[in-house]
Design a protein around this ligand. Sequence first.
Ligand code: DQA
Length: 143
Amino acid sequence: MSILVLNGPNLSRLGKREPEVYGSRTLDDINRELAEAFPDILFEFFQSEDEGALLEKLFHIEDKGGYGGVVLNAGALTHYSIALRDAISAITIPVVEVHLSNIYAREEFRHKSVISAVCMGVISGFGANSYHLGVRAVLALAE
Ligand code: DQA
């Protein structure tokens, strides 16, 4: 099974960006550890600062087929991107929303996710492990 691990704006800066909030691992570290933890999964990793590129990636994998799910950390787009929400609604592949930090324990503007309602579920606050739990959620959905 293929799983897309999709990361939005500013997640390219992990490791350097606010390590007290997001931890010291880089996105490459996180992706490598995922591939090691789930050797039977064919991962595709994609990150972009650009909302449109994320939408295009979702439509591309939908059309290509063969993907069991998407583990999505949309970064700040989580809180305001109706375009991303509509794109998730427009595809049939299940999407699991993940966040490194606990968005509900942070600033009020982070408490609202405009994408949660169209995702299968949300995992927030477990650092890099949120991605691992996200992969487990996709695998459980596929069973
Ligand atoms: C984040 C939380 C968002 O509020 C923030 O804008 C991010 C990262 C997280 O992984 O904790 O960029 O999605």
